[in-house]
Structures are given as structure tokens and as C-alpha cells.
Design a protein around this ligand. Structure first.
Ligand SMILES: Cc1ncc(C[n+]2csc(CCOP(=O)(O)OP(=O)(O)O)c2C)c(N)n1
Ligand SMILES: [Mg+2]
Length: 405
């Protein structure tokens, strides 16, 4: 649907001199975002959902001042631009692929904004990279982790990243495992009476794993201060939601005897109020809270299967969710609330410079590749045999019969 008229249109593709600000990236954005304009009906629904929904949550949202709202906007923009930077690297051949969270940024940003970032801990999935910079990790960690440089968060060992000192527990790639690990952290907080919470995200697909189930059973039984956010982007790799299980996502909390909180995962304020409510319940000792956030994966599982993703869903579904771009709708909401275009432009420009500078620093650090020995973990595999290429070739030469070619 097109906007009513020029005054209601919040097109981000404005003419010079502002075209470089609040702009879209024709080469990197999903097609639905390229000429994005806010649909006035959706903007009204967005605001209505916040202001006329649950009164407690409406009060939380209205308690956010201009500075807090602009900070949310900055975090959304930086998270989007970090993904844009990674996609640019893929196109340029710097890296071979990247896992992006385009279209799902609000699920991450709204949750982290509701935490006490000095005390709480998070375990992000690959699609929650925005949590890392929000928790205070340097932006370049999101780039060096892909380059496996010596100065990357795990010294080149893993592209998953975190920093326990900043409250980010590094995940591993096994789906569902963040739930039992976050449960353990929450159990420690409870046992020590520390008044802190652990929060983790899990995909719709990951809810089907044993690790998720075992973690939830224990967390609910023991009653730990844990927030589990089911980030329902409607798909697991190339398998659609309705193909990978029966029953509705919103019914999952009841399986564990928990009352869940639903939210519009493309509405950052709705996610924020859901997470703030969940945190308060946890701190009151009411046990774990599950949040079910509805959103959509606008790209592929990673950049390698974007074409297959377009075949996985009808074009209309991409269009439906494309109109609900979480960054664009929040911009429209802010403009509606009296924030000026100039303020948004300034925030985006600052975010863009920060992300570009981080990517540049990360590229420069490729000069520092880690020595192979650093793949061995002190106290665990230290001193072990490195099965590098040379060793494999030598072993193969010993074992293989002589060949004439
Ligand atoms: C235990 C396990 N099984 C399979 C995989 C392979 N795998 C990686 S991501 C993924 C799909 C994840 O889907 P979902 O949980 O919905 O998260 P999303 O990628 O949609 O964010 C699969 C099957 C894995 N990493 N771990
Ligand atoms: Mg999914």
C-alpha cells in the first residue's frame, strides 16, 4: 500500500543532500526494503499496539524519554549496518558467507534495552549479533570474528563470539544449547541471591531440540531467573515453521507450566516492554519467562542460500513482512512522536561512521593471523598434535600405495 500523500510519506530514499542519510542499500538490502516507504495504516497500528495494548506495558513504553528512544533507534541502525557491512564483504570476496539478522533486529534490540547491562547476562544466537555491541563489545568484534584474526574475540578459533566480562556468553553452533547454559547462569544468580537475570534467544527450529527441552524443564522446575525468547522467524534453515513441527509457538510456554509473553518482533517497543515485564517477573522470583516474538527472516539462512529462501516462501509473505521493516516503522513512529528527521539523520550518520570504522580496523587486522599452535586450548588440548595440512599429507604419503600419476 502506498502512503496517503507527501506529508504522510516517510520515504528513506530522499533526494540529495540527504540521500546518504537514512538511506537504503540497493545492492545489499532485501528487494522489499529498497524503495521503502511507511504505510500509514501500519504506522497507526504500530503506535496503537503500543499505546492501547496491555496498560502496564503501555506505561513502560511511554516512560521512555527522547534520549532512550533515540538510543533504541541507534541500536537498530547499527545492527542493520553491521549486517550491511558483512554482506558487502561477501560481495567483495573478503569472506565467503555471513549469517544475518536483517528484518529481525527489533527482537534483539528491544530485549537488551530492557536489561541491566551491568549485571545481567545474555547468550545471543548468530542472528542476535546486535546484542554484542549493545552489551559493550567493540563493534569490530563482529567483523574480526569472521576473519579469524589474532585479535578476534576467540583469537581465530571460532566465529561465534562473546565476552563473559561484558555479560555475553559465547554460544556454540549447536542449536538449543544456549538454553541449558543460560539456565546454569540463572541458577547461579538465584543461589547467590544476586538479583540478576540471564536471557537467551532461540529460533523456532531450535525449540525442537532436546537441549532446549531439557534446559526448559530444569529451569521451570527449579524456578530460575531466566528469559528465553523464541525468535520465531517462521523458518529453520530451509524448513518452514509448519513443516518442522505441529502446534503453535505460543503454546510452548504452557508445556513447561509457564505463562508466556507474546510480542510483535518487528516492533522494538513491544519487544522492549515484553522483556522488561519478563525481567521484573524473574526478579520477583516467579521463575523463568518465555517470550514469543513473531518476526520473519528477510534473507537466507546465510548469504549463500538467499535464492532458495525466496523459493521457500511465497513472494507475498516477503512483501507482507517487508512492509513491516522494524527500522523503518520505528522511524515513522518517532517522526510521529515529534522526533525530527534531522535527529534521525544524525543518529544514522554517527552509526554509519562507527560501523565503517570498525570494518576498516578489522580489515587492517588481517595482518595478524594467529599461529597454528593457538588452536590448542591451554589446559585442555595444549601440547597436543596439530593435524594440519602438512601432517595429513605426510600421513597420506606413508599410507597410500605408490602411484604413477
Ligand atoms: C543441534 C543442531 N542441529 C542442526 C544444526 C544445523 N542448523 C544450524 S542453524 C539451523 C536452523 C536453525 O533454525 P532456527 O532455530 O529457527 O533459527 P534461525 O536460523 O531461523 O534463526 C540448523 C538446522 C545445528 N547447528 N545444531
Ligand atoms: Mg527460525
Amino acid at each position: 500500500m502506498q502512503p496517503d500523500g507527501p506529508s504522510a510519506s516517510y520515504s528513506r530514499n530522499r533526494p540529495e543532500p540527504t540521500a546518504q542519510i537514512l538511506n537504503r542499500h540497493p545492492v545489499f538490502d532485501p528487494p522489499e526494503y529498497r524503495n521503502w516507504t511507511a504505510d500509514p495504516a501500519l504506522v497507526r497500528a504500530y503506535r496503537n499496539h503500543i499505546e492501547n495494548g496491555d496498560p502496564g506495558r503501555a506505561a513502560r513504553a511511554s516512560g521512555l524519554g527522547r534520549a532512550a528512544l533515540l538510543e533504541l533507534y541507534r541500536d537498530l541502525v547499527v545492527t542493520r549496518l553491521q549486517d550491511t557491512g558483512l554482506k558487502r564483504w561477501v560481495r567483495q570476496g573478503v569472506i565467503s558467507k555471513a549469517w544475518l539478522g536483517v528484518g529481525e533486529e527489533a527482537v534483539t534490540v528491544g530485549c537488551v534495552a530492557a536489561l541491566d547491562r551491568e549485571r545481567d547476562v545474555v547468550i545471543p544466537m548468530i542472528r542476535n549479533a546486535g546484542a554484542c555491541h549493545m552489551m559493550g563489545l567493540p563493534l569490530e568484534d563482529g567483523f574480526t570474528c569472521y576473519l579469524a584474526t589474532a585479535d578476534s574475540p576467540s583469537g581465530g578459533r571460532d566465529f561465534h563470539y562473546g565476552d563473559i566480562g561484558k555479560g555475553v556468553i559465547q554460544p556454540v553452533s549447536h542449536m538449543g544449547t544456549t538454553v541449558p547454559v543460560a539456565t546454569g547462569a540463572a541458577l547461579a544468580f538465584r543461589n547467590r541471591g544476586e538479583g540478576r537475570v540471564a536471557l537467551t534467544w532461540t529460533g523456532d527450529g531450535a525449540t525442537r531440540t532436546a537441549a532446549f527441552h531439557e534446559g526448559m524443564v530444569f529451569a521451570a522446575r527449579v524456578g530460575v531467573p531466566l528469559i528465553v525468547v523464541i525468535q520465531n522467524n517462521q523458518v529453520a534453515l530451509g524448513t518452514r515453521l509448519e513443516q518442522h513441527g505441529a502446534g503453535a509457538m505460543e503454546d510452548i510456554p504452557a508445556v513447561y507450566g509457564l505463562s508466556g509473553i507474546g510480542c510483535d518482533g518487528n516492533n522494538v517497543l513491544d519487544v522492549y516492554t515484553a522483556a522488561a515485564t519478563a525481567r521484573e517477573r524473574c526478579l520477583r522470583g516467579e521463575g523463568p519467562v518465555m517470550i514469543v516474538a513473531e518476526t520473519f527472516r528477510m534473507g537466507g539462512h546465510a548469504t549463500h542460500d538467499e535464492r532458495e529462501a525466496r523459493e521457500t516462501f511465497a513472494a507475498e509473505l516477503f512483501e507482507h513482512w517487508g512492509r513491516r521493516d522494524p527500522v523503518g516503522l520505528f522511524e515513522a513512529y518517532l517522526l510521529d512522536r515529534g522526533v525530527t528527521m534531522g535527529e534521525l539523520e544524525a543518529v544514522e550518520e554517527e552509526g554509519r561512521q562507527a560501523v565503517d570504522a570498525a570494518a576498516e580496523r578489522a580489515l587492517a587486522s588481517r595482518a595478524q593471523l594467529p599461529p597454528p599452535e593457538s588452536a590448542l586450548f591451554p589446559g585442555i588440548s595444549e601440547g597436543g598434535v596439530l593435524h594440519g595440512l602438512r601432517g595429513r599429507l605426510e600421513g597420506a604419503a606413508d599410507a597410500a600405495p605408490a602411484s604413477s600419476d
